[in-house]
Design a binder for this molecule. Sequence first.
Ligand code: SF4
Ligand code: SF4
Length: 291
Amino acid sequence: MIISIASGKGGTGKTTVAVNLALSLQNVQILDCDVEEPNAHIFLKPKIIGEKKAVIPVPEIDEAKCDYCGKCREVCAYHAIAVVPANDGKKGSVLIFPHLCHGCGACSLLCPKGAIKEIDKEIGIIETGEKENMMFVHGRLNVGEAMSPPVIRQVKKHINLSKTVIIDAPPGTSCPVITAVKGSDFCVLVTEPTPFGLNDLILAVEVLRKIEIPFGVVINRADIGDGNVEDYCEKENIPILMKIPFSKEIAVSYSEGIPVVERDISYQDKFINLYLNICGIKNEADSCRKR
Ligand code: SF4
Ligand code: SF4
């Protein structure tokens, strides 16, 4: 089963849930897909055993073949190519803006002169590791790079379905989150009982309903703030899978980079219960789908 842990906004405790859930279960693989700011490794301290460059294919122009027709510029949905046509006997030129390129391949496919070849551009790194019997993978997007989805996809290529796979997704509701959670059997949305938490939860719920992934909510720091998140979940029939209290012990543990389940073993049962809740809802969703 693939379980992704997401949140409409950063700072809600998403990684805390992902890491502690992973440490509470057997036979787990954890993928940190928050590639702009991966931090699961700080808590898990895995032994890194493999490293691979994350690349995207970007176009390179063979000016000897190019007639500056502009087809590549027309097909590029991301405005990553500009073509200056030849004029008054002056040679034209083709400019590539690699930071805007999504590596979709459309320009090289559609160039009528075969003047475009693709070259790999390094945009990050993928590291694999292990901690006891847990498999670990994370990606890091290079500073200054904007395209996190290709790095996330390269992290997800390591998914091992013989394990319980836990994906720590990036925060928010845009392309990187969708890339991370797509294909998951279940998504846990971590939120907090504040107006900002509720606002971003509502956006995340809309996304998950669109992409049809079953989900439930974990409320972190559940005993501060207001009751509006719970009211919303009740009204929308969204299961609340777990409530994590505001606790000095958890905060201190987090600040020291120690997962709370390693500091206080009793938390393991709480995260195992979270997993059992997820399994129950997932089975229910599957049986509804079969009918
Ligand atoms: S489509 Fe090909 S031939 Fe036309 S401008 Fe682009 S690279 Fe040159
Ligand atoms: S590979 Fe795709 S995104 Fe990149 S320049 Fe070509 S058409 Fe544009």
